[in-house]
Design a protein around this ligand. Structure first.
Ligand code: NDP
Length: 484
């Protein structure tokens, strides 16, 4: 019998009233648990509980709220290994990543916003005989909807700033990765979070849609694809909810010929193969200046061929399993399209059978001689597939890098500091790394431009997205009345 994974409402695990569906281990294809989908009645129960939780939580001081978040961060760190193992089973990512990144970055976030909770202040506006001031108030009931690639990290990135600011949150994890959000709810409860302040509802898109359109919800923060983002934003518009959208991308990584070759190759690999390429900010369009291209491809091919694809729970594995059979087929479909369109396969390009695993593995793949119009260059693949493109001049590569509706991230490798900053200023993205890639400390704002996103996660900016400003005017003189 497989494990029944609960939702979590009002401080207790519970099960949705809808259909029961399985969650699989991507490395083995075996069922590791089942969840009951939350239906409208479950959503109503979660909302009622969150409203009650909000009354208690928002009345506490920032320092009191911060202490709960800090305690939860410490518990997360204590349980790092247990939670990382669950994340590996649920996502197929290598344990060597999950053991140091997924839970730890979630704990960093709780710690950061735990510290920031007591710092929320307004401004004052003195006038001759009056004083105005602002209060930064919580929005109320917020909804978080997560993707499957970094389940616990996403749940922390959304809940920590929301809770620090005094909101309550209902979180819906992806149907493909239901395990760790509910563990986070248990951790919060153990840390002293009042019941209802962080509820988890298991379900599919339909459960997310019920939350996104609910009139009692003040804000929705989604991590997911661009099409889902548009649907959620349309649903949220019904009651003018605030939204934060962390969506997909097809980000450029631009390597000038003065770049440190080994560093640029390292970054290109990290930007395409970490978490099997299932990272939203990945630099999947790698533009390399022509003079450097042969040496770049040579080193890239040598080093990519060394990557160990294997059982995610084996500490030596560097590339794990893709999330599902359907996603595996989609990624393999893009590889076929790349070959058909005339891209040159440099390394990889095949599905991989891992002895004793039976799941959905794809070899890290590099295509060279890519053209801007190829589907592998235009569309988000979300797998370990890198497209390398040649370029000659700065203005040319800028125009090509910006010729997309996405705008999540970009990277520039150059030793020319002026060119680095010039490029960063002209790239139409929410993030730009110079001489590195995919570094996302909690202190730094994270968010996309254009169709890749709205708003920010992390940094003090995230608190602004979870609060509203109220202006208070205090008269110290007389009412200036023009009437008799
Ligand atoms: P999806 O857009 O398919 O799903 C995201 C979440 O939205 C899931 O929980 C999903 O539920 C839910 N959902 C689906 N339909 C609706 C709806 N109509 N209303 C409300 N909620 C809905 O994305 P994936 O999970 O496949 O994740 C991959 C995508 O996420 C990629 O495009 C990737 O780039 C992006 N992403 C962006 C990040 C960022 O920070 N910018 C970070 C990580 C990923 P269910 O899964 O149950 O269908």
């Amino acid at each position: 019998m497989s494990l029944l994974i609960p939702s979590f409402i009002d401080g207790r695990p519970c099960h949705g009233q809808g259909e029961r569906f399985p969650t699989l281990n991507p490395a083995t294809g075996q069922v590791i648990g089942e969840v009951h989908e939350a239906l409208a009645a479950d959503v109503e129960a979660a909302i009622a509980s969150a409203q009650a939780g909000f009354e208690v939580w928002s009345a506490m001081s920032g320092a009191e709220r911060g202490r709960v978040l800090s305690r939860a961060a410490a518990i997360l760190r204590e349980r790092n290994d247990e939670l990382a193992a669950l994340e590996v089973a649920d996502t197929g990512k290598p344990i060597q990543e999950a053991a140091v990144v997924d839970v730890a970055s979630g704990a960093d976030c709780l710690e950061y916003f735990g510290g920031a909770a007591a710092t929320l202040t307004g401004a004052q506006y003195p006038f001759k005989t009056a004083l105005a001031y602002t209060r930064r108030e919580p929005l109320g009931l917020c909804v978080g909807i997560g993707a499957w690639n970094y389940p616990i990290q996403i749940a922390c990135w959304k809940s920590a700033p929301a809770l620090a600011a005094g909101n309550a949150m209902i979180f819906k994890p992806s149907e493909l990765t239901p395990m760790t959000a509910v563990k986070l709810a248990e951790v919060y409860a153990e840390a002293g979070l009042p019941p209802g302040v962080f509820n988890v509802l298991q379900g599919r898109g339909a459960t997310g849609a019920l939350l996104a359109q609910h009139p009692e919800v003040a804000k929705v923060s989604l991590t997911g694809s661009v099409p889902t983002g548009k649907r959620v934003m349309a649903a949220a518009a019904g009651t003018l909810k605030r939204v934060t959208m962390e969506l997909g991308g097809k980000s450029p990584l631009i390597v000038f010929d003065d770049a440190d070759l080994e560093q640029a190759v390292s970054a290109a690999m990290m930007a395409n193969f970490y978490t099997q390429g299932e990272v939203c900010t990945n630099g999947t369009r790698v533009f390399v200046q022509r003079a450097l291209l042969p040496r770049f491809l040579e080193r890239l091919a040598e080093r990519t061929a060394l990557l160990r694809v294997g059982d995610p729970s084996d500490p030596v594995t560097e590339v794990g399993a893709l999330i599902s059979a359907a996603h595996h087929d989609k990624v393999m479909g893009y590889i076929a399209q790349g070959l058909e369109a005339g891209a040159r396969l440099v390394v990889g390009g095949t599905a991989v059978t891992v002895p004793g695993c039976g799941g959905w593995f794809v070899a890290p793949t590099v295509f060279a001689d890519c053209r801007d119009d190829m589907s592998i260059v235009q569309e988000e693949i979300f797998g370990p597939v890198m497209s390398v493109l040649a370029f000659d001049a700065e203005d040319e590569v800028l125009a090509r890098a910006n010729a997309t509706r996405f705008g999540l991230a970009a990277g520039v490798f150059t030793q020319d500091i002026k060119r680095g900053h010039r490029m960063a200023a002209r790239l139409k993205t929410g993030l730009c790394w110079i001489n590195n890639y995919n570094i996302t400390p909690v202190e730094m704002p994270f968010g996309g431009a254009r169709e890749s996103g709205i708003g920010h996660e992390n940094s003090l900016l995230a608190l602004e997205h979870y609060t509203q400003v109220k202006t208070v005017y205090l008269e110290l003189g007389d009412v200036a009345c023009s009437y008799r």
